[in-house]
Ligand binder design. Structure first.
Ligand SMILES: [Zn+2]
Length: 533
């Protein structure tokens, strides 16, 4: 088998180098089996149990700015120090959006109705106010059917004259929520309702979005709703006048937070591999899958590399990012705080955000952009190949996932640093074809508890959908809101890739000149993890 394999690999290398996309040279030289065996589900679950207990003790959340986050930092720092790492807390502060009371949204007339959190959510960085007004729709709403690619509220011309003094109904689509809300306010609206686009099963639910950047309050109160609520309001508007009320009571508070950084004692400093996972959760829940799973896997790899006395060729930097859920704040702060020399030392970034989704699939970031719109910087294709080759060697299928800017790799790729990583799926529904490959339940989200209180390790807090997935996988595979099979397979690949790049990077370090140019770009803008569009 090996010989055949080597021949195949060599043939592949030849083919792809000519084609210019990355295929990892001679993977069989990197034997990651010892590390993969050491990085196991029991250890990962133990870290998750600790993070769950921290959330239990602190209001069921580990969100940035909370005691739950501060104790998560203490936990990770203590474990890394115990494993022998030199650990740095990189402190930063940012403008956190804090609601003083739950938002309210109701239809005053016709047929009065008070909407619940199953119908709507306030937009992060929404303006505050309690406004009642007639509802006006932008003139570019596309439903029955909703084809996708909506540019709802992206241009001033989308807003009819009646917008002034009204609350405006806008469809989710291509431009950011901030652009829609700012355009509406500029047209004189006193409030905004953005409804989900309805063009994909994963874009029908309640819209939990952010108006950052900038991380400042918008001029008017804004809520996001499900497609169904938007469609209902739009249809009512075709029959006559509609009046609604929105109430948001929030403020923006400067919040302190921190990243945790730990370097291996050995390894070339100018070929530093940054292996990162965000440590914070959303305010709504303990964030055991998002992103306790990524945190636990990266922590486990760090501990086991130290315990096995692995002396990497290239310095490995384990990074636990803060305030990812508030706008990728920690990872962006890290990249923007690097000196020129420190910046040049970074060879690549591996990002692990959600590795244990109950209804999982094995997603690999599409570094070469072969299946999704955006390729990463040169070298990202190679990172993708290392993951795909590893999974292929385990006879495990994978799916490409886009660099859609919703996690911490974004600051790195904006700066021109190659990146990659793994993802087990969030709010989008699993397909029939994926059910055949990965098991679970088609039609349900990969993570039915994404960004919710039920993203927990506690069995009895499982949602109905997670229970259905639990039944589909059978006994003891799904624990609370994480899937052991996913953790097993994804942690193996994460350990393999970390070791691979810790030992061989000569394929990645290129194009220094191009990076300098892209870096200037990174300092201008970044987009948060909450849906921004
Ligand atoms: Zn996350």
């Amino acid at each position: 088998m090996r010989t055949l394999r080597t021949v195949i690999i060599c043939a592949l290398v030849m083919a792809t180098t000519i084609a210019g996309i990355g295929v990892a040279p001679a993977q069989n030289e990197i034997n990651s089996s010892r590390l993969r065996q050491a990085v196991g589900v029991p250890g990962i679950l133990q870290h998750l149990k600790e993070l769950q207990e921290i959330a239990d003790d602190h209001g069921d959340t580990r969100a940035a700015g909370t005691r739950g986050y501060a104790e998560s930092v203490d936990y990770v720092v203590a474990r890394l120090k115990k494993a022998g790492y030199k650990v740095t807390r990189q402190n930063f502060s940012f403008n956190a959006f804090v609601e003083n009371s739950p938002a309210e949204f109701e239809r005053v007339s016709p047929q009065p109705e008070t909407y619940t959190e199953d119908d709507f959510l306030s937009m992060e960085y929404s303006g505050s106010g309690n406004v009642t007004a007639t509802l006006v729709a932008t003139n570019d709403i596309l439903i029955n059917p909703s084809p996708g690619g909506s540019t709802g509220g992206c241009e001033a011309s989308d807003f009819p004259n009646a917008t002034a003094g009204s609350i405006v109904l806008i469809q989710r689509g291509t431009c950011t929520f901030r652009e829609k809300v700012d355009n509406a306010a500029a047209a004189g609206a006193v409030g905004v309702v953005i409804f989900n686009e309805g063009n994909d099963p994963g874009r029908t639910g309640v819209l939990g979005g952010t108006l950052s950047p900038p991380d400042e309050e918008a001029d008017v109160p804004a809520v996001g709703t499900s497609f169904a609520v938007g469609e209902e309001l739009f249809n009512l508007l075709q029959q006559g006048e509609v009046e609604v009320r929105i109430a948001v009571d929030a403020e923006v508070i400067t919040t302190d937070s921190a990243n945790v950084i730990a370097d291996t004692k050995t390894g070339y400093k100018d070929r530093t591999i940054v292996v990162g996972a965000h440590l914070d959760s959303v305010p709504e829940g303990p964030g055991i899958n998002d992103n306790g799973s990524g945190t636990a896997v990266v922590l486990e790899i760090a501990e086991e590399m130290a315990r096995l006395k692995i002396k990497p060729e290239n310095r490995v930097r384990f990074a636990f990012w803060g305030a990812e859920e508030s706008g990728l704040i920690g990872s962006n702060f890290y990249v923007n705080s690097l000196s020129e020399q420190e910046f040049e030392q970074i060879a690549l970034n591996l990002n692990f955000d959600m590795l244990g989704s109950p209804n999982y699939a094995r997603f690999v970031y599409d570094g070469d952009g072969s299946a999704t719109p955006d390729a990463g910087p040169d070298g990202s294709g190679l990172i993708e190949a290392v993951f795909n080759d590893f999974f292929a060697s385990q006879n495990l299928a994978t799916e490409p996932t886009a660099f859609d800017g919703r996690s911490d790799y974004r600051a790195f790729i904006l700066a021109g640093i190659p990146a990659g990583g793994l993802f087990s799926g969030a709010e989008v529904a699993k397909t029939e074809a994926q059910e055949d490959v990965y098991g679970g339940v088609a039609g349900l989200a990969y993570d039915p508890c994404y960004h919710q209180a039920c993203d927990t390790l506690v069995e009895k807090k499982q949602s109905d959908d997670v229970e259905a997935v639990d039944d589909a996988y059978g006994k003891n595979v799904v624990v609370g809101n994480v899937n052991r099979l996913s953790l097993e397979e994804m942690s193996d690949a994460a350990a393999h890739a970390t070791l691979y790049f810790a030992e061989t990077t000569d394929d990645i370090t290129d194009a220094g000149a191009r990076r300098a140019g892209a870096r200037r770009q990174a300092q201008m803008d970044y987009i948060g993890p909450f849906a921004v569009r």
